[in-house]
Design a protein around this ligand. Structure first.
Ligand code: FRU
Length: 499
């Protein structure tokens, strides 16, 4: 696509603004290898895809403010999912069907070589009682990896394509794919009149005319209310429906995030379009992880990325932040014993600058620091074993100085791992902790912490559970220490992560 002059004023303004304003953000004031917005606000990952030899990651984007506003699509590319290059904003809300925002969606490479984006357009309608109500429809844009033209026939899926009892106000986040026989399909999040979430499956021969196949899955008011950002894929012989749910009720130690990502695991029948659920599980047990999308990499890995933030605390920062929001580390998904597990993408190992190892460090009731194990960009692998019988608690503190620290602690007698950012510098005492039940053998546990400047992601027992959180602490707080109430033996492998 050549014609820059077909791009709207709104998009050109956004591109002009982001080019100018992003120049004031120093690379060292951003995460090092987690994608952050070029300027302003970022939420969901969008259009995660591999196109013309590079990974493309778009994102919900409000360039003009560090708070949510009319949604654009920001755009970045990478060849390893860790070194990101910004491209100009891809979509702006500039059409009658999307002037309220270009909401989340996905991308697909078409047989003719074009890159298709499918996204939700938000507009308003006047109701019978004279009020205003949002209407969400599904739309297409086609491009070359740099510039995208909205399809003149938009919207392609509207309220007329909804099943009875489904809301036209909550109908969003299409996940688009192509079946081996050439048919296009998408799943879209929808809300029924009872307020529950459901996932609708649609089919098309040509991307333009769509027909509803059925409700692939529905909520029945369990696992939250509205479901957002569905993703459907097959992995290790299982079908997985990934969903971001709003307003989940905790069940024991599960689903504590309120708005959080979970998955249904079961069988998707491609003919009937029904998803038969065998199990469900949370996908991240931390504070900040939402709206995840996956991709199949050229070498066959299912890689997931999510928004490393949550809707409850995301508006607590001051307006003068030049950027706000970041993506999670891309994670490889796999099954172990029927459980969906995650590990950091293996490309991360190429960022390891050194390797510092300690074996059999004995910690007995005191706080221990280990020379060389420090910093805010670190891959930290820990193996903890009980020493002289059971211990009460093991903790690791990071992003630490005299004033601040964030901690991960494990209490074997409760089998509970806790993350706590109470002392991370936040001035609001909301959502600082989260707990997860984790497996261990008499207190023996493995943890891998991936620290970037403003985040920590804790992988437990080789990816069985993950706890993610954003950390707002000044980067000068870079000490790490270990503590045991009781006695533990600790093995440590640490590598600084540099680009
Ligand atoms: C999820 C979400 C999506 C929507 C987008 C709007 O975080 O609410 O459902 O498309 O964010 O920015």
């Amino acid at each position: 696509m050549d014609e820059l002059n077909t791009l709207s004023r709104a998009l050109l303004d956004a591109r002009h603004y982001e080019t100018n304003q992003s120049a004031f953000i120093m690379p060292e004031d951003r995460p090092a290898f987690h994608l952050s917005p070029r300027v302003g606000w970022m939420n969901d990952p969008n259009g995660f895809s591999f196109y013309n030899g590079r990974y493309h990651l778009f994102y919900q984007y409000h360039p003009y403010d560090s708070h949510w506003g009319p949604m654009h699509w920001g755009h970045a590319v990478s060849s390893d999912l860790l070194h990101w290059e910004y491209l100009p904003a891809a979509l702006a809300p500039d059409m009658p069907y999307d002037y309220g925002g270009c909401f989340s969606g996905t991308a697909l490479t078409l047989p003719d070589g074009r890159h298709a984006l499918m996204y939700t357009g938000v507009a308003d309608k006047i109701t019978r009682h004279g009020g205003r109500q949002q209407v969400q429809t599904q739309n297409l844009a086609f491009g070359d990896g740099l510039n995208y033209a909205k399809f003149p026939g938009n919207p392609v899926i509207t309220a007329e394509d909804l099943p009875a009892g489904a809301s036209d106000e909550h109908f969003r986040d299409p996940k688009l794919w192509q079946e081996p026989d050439g048919r296009y399909r998408c799943v879209i999040a929808s809300r029924d009149n009872e307020g529950g979430g459901q996932v609708l499956l649609y089919e098309s021969e040509d991307l333009v005319s769509w027909r509803l196949i059925r409700k692939a899955a529905e909520n029945h008011n369990r696992l939250g209310l509205m479901w957002e950002c569905p993703d459907l894929f097959r992995l290790d012989g299982q079908d997985v429906l990934l969903v971001s749910a709003q307003d989940m009720l905790p069940q024991g130690f599960e689903y504590h995030n309120g708005d959080g990502v979970f998955c249904l695991i079961g069988t998707f029948d491609p003919e009937s379009g029904e998803f038969r659920e065998r199990a469900n599980q949370a996908v991240d047990y931390g504070i900040d992880f939402y709206a995840a999308q996956t991709i199949l990499t050229p070498d066959g890995r299912r890689v997931m990325v999510g928004w490393l933030m949550n809707w409850d605390t995301c508006n607590q920062h001051y307006r003068n932040y030049p950027w706000f929001g970041q993506m999670s580390l891309p994670r490889e998904l796999f099954f172990r014993d029927g459980v969906l597990c995650q590990r950091p993408i293996r490309e991360l190992e190429q960022l390891r600058a050194d390797r510092i190892c300690y074996e059999n460090v004995e910690i007995r009731g005191e706080k221990v620091s280990l020379p060389g194990v420090d910093g805010r960009q670190l891959d930290l692998e820990l193996e903890v074993f009980p020493l002289d019988g059971p211990y009460q608690r093991f903790s690791v503190w990071f992003a630490q100085d005299e004033q601040f620290h964030t901690g991960v602690s494990f209490r074997p007698h409760e089998s509970v791992l806790k993350i706590d950012r109470k002392f991370s510098g936040s001035r609001r005492a909301i959502i600082h902790q989260r707990r997860a039940k984790v497996a261990h053998e008499n207190g023996a546990i493995r943890l891998r912490l991936i620290l970037d400047r403003f985040s920590a992601e804790v992988f437990v027992n080789d990816g069985e559970k993950v706890m993610s959180l954003a950390v707002d602490t000044p980067v000068t707080a870079d000490r790490i220490s270990f503590f045991a109430d009781g006695a533990v033996r600790l093995n440590v492998k640490a590598s600084h992560l540099t680009k």
